[in-house]
Design a binder for this molecule. Structure first.
Ligand code: ADP
Ligand code: MG
Length: 382
């Protein structure tokens, strides 16, 4: 019997089912949520601070005549012939109480600050990388990549555009027939030892370069699945080029698959174009969720730079309601600049040029110039 009770409790091996270990395998990863919004993204330290943000702020407070003249140009929607109808109605719908009264209300219902022409850069790079992302097609990702890129290039920024859509619309829109190319972003991703600088091509626009893509890229989505660190292949591949540029814009394909996750992993910021139509916000929750997952697991420095309303038609109540709704949902993340709907954009695509050169004085060109200035004023580009 006593042999039944013999043993004092021994410090033997831990009993299965004993106290559970509090930390599951991904504990070390614990990332404290999206980082505070320290603009220029953390993955790359910029050299000199972008041109005097203080000056821009104060510009916002005390408008002068130049400012007031400049502002309406781009925010003003694109169809000048009927514009007079649009402006007064917008003002009627919007609370004016808090607005500094001298500033005109823009199409987003908020007073539009002054975005000054940026000072030339004394030195270039390293680049801040921004993805144009929305899993919906036809919202203006490619149009924004080309024209924002061209506008930044006009301001003397060195800009690299990355075609990350197997459709190759960005490449085609810049007059590059990517189907004939041996070296595209596909080789860059899949063939080790390919140097990004050998794949980059000039465009007809000064300061604007392109990393082209063609239909081969559609295979990469499948082939990358078996790669080690498959989400950061683009990030690693772009790295050697970053010092040569001030801004890199990645034109994502309309999906939230592995290619888009690669783009987000390689980026400091995301710009989300939204078409001003009824279902604009559908799917944005999923996009935001994807961005948050990438922040948590792969790229803690990733920021949402802004939401861009595109294809805005100030003549329609509908467009204005959509913009109001987007501002309700995203507040100051919505760019003041709004891109009007105009056939000049598809026309420019057919001509394989940015609108800034195809129709340099058109309000559509001015809108993308204003977006470039706004991005710089917000500290999201050098
Ligand atoms: P995404 O890259 O998101 O699929 P695109 O930039 O290719 O979208 O735009 C889809 C179509 O809409 C293209 O034919 C383009 O020329 C046209 N488009 C883009 N922006 C505008 C605009 N502001 N006004 C009119 N048409 C536009
Ligand atoms: Mg596109």
């Amino acid at each position: 019997m006593s042999s039944w009770f013999p043993t004092p409790p021994t410090p033997g091996p831990p009993v299965p089912g004993g106290p559970a270990r509090p930390e599951p395998q991904d504990a070390p990863r614990a990332v404290p949520g999206p980082p505070p919004s320290a603009r220029p993204g953390p993955a790359v330290e910029r050299g000199p601070a972008p041109a005097a943000p203080g000056a821009q702020e104060s510009g916002a407070q005390e408008p002068d005549r130049h400012e007031v003249q400049q502002q309406p140009v781009a925010a003003a929607e694109v169809e000048p012939e009927v514009a007079p109808e649009a402006a007064p109605e917008v003002q009627v719908e919007v609370e004016v109480g808090v607005a500094p009264e001298a500033l005109p209300l823009g199409p987003t219902g908020r007073p539009v600050p002054f975005f000054p022409v940026p000072a030339p850069l004394a030195q270039h790079g390293p680049a801040r990388v921004i993805s144009m992302c929305n899993q919906k097609g036809g919202v203006g990702k490619t149009t924004t990549t080309i024209n924002l890129g061209a506008a930044l290039a006009e301001y003397g920024r060195r800009v690299l555009l990355v075609d990350f859509d197997p459709q190759g619309a960005l490449s085609a829109g810049l007059g590059i027939n990517s189907h004939e190319l041996d070296q595209t972003v596909y080789q860059l991703l899949m063939e080790r030892g390919t140097d990004v600088r050998e794949v980059i091509r000039d465009t007809a626009v000064p300061n604007l370069d392109l990393l082209p893509a063609n239909i081969d890229l559609s295979a990469a989505e499948v082939q990358l699945v078996g790669e080690v660190a498959r989400e950061s292949v683009l990030s690693r591949a772009l790295r050697p080029a970053l010092d040569d540029y001030d801004v890199v814009l990645i034109d994502c394909q309309p999906s939230l698959g592995l290619l888009t996750v690669n783009a987000l992993t390689a980026s400091h910021g995301v710009l989300i174009p939204l078409e001003c139509e009824f279902f604009a916000l559908r799917g944005v929750a999923l996009l935001v969720e994807t961005i948050e997952k990438v922040q948590e697991r792969l790229n803690p420095g990733l920021e949402v730079d802004g939401i861009l309303a595109t294809m805005y038609d100030g003549r329609t109540l509908h467009s204005r309601e959509v913009v109001n709704r987007v501002v309700e949902a995203f507040g100051d993340d919505v760019f003041h600049t709004v891109i009007g709907r105009t056939v000049k954009f598809p026309d420019a695509t057919v001509a394989a040029e940015p609108i800034t050169s195809y129709a340099s004085t058109h309000p559509g060109a001015e809108a993308y110039r204003q977006l470039a200035r706004e991005l710089i004023a917000r500290g999201d580009a050098a």
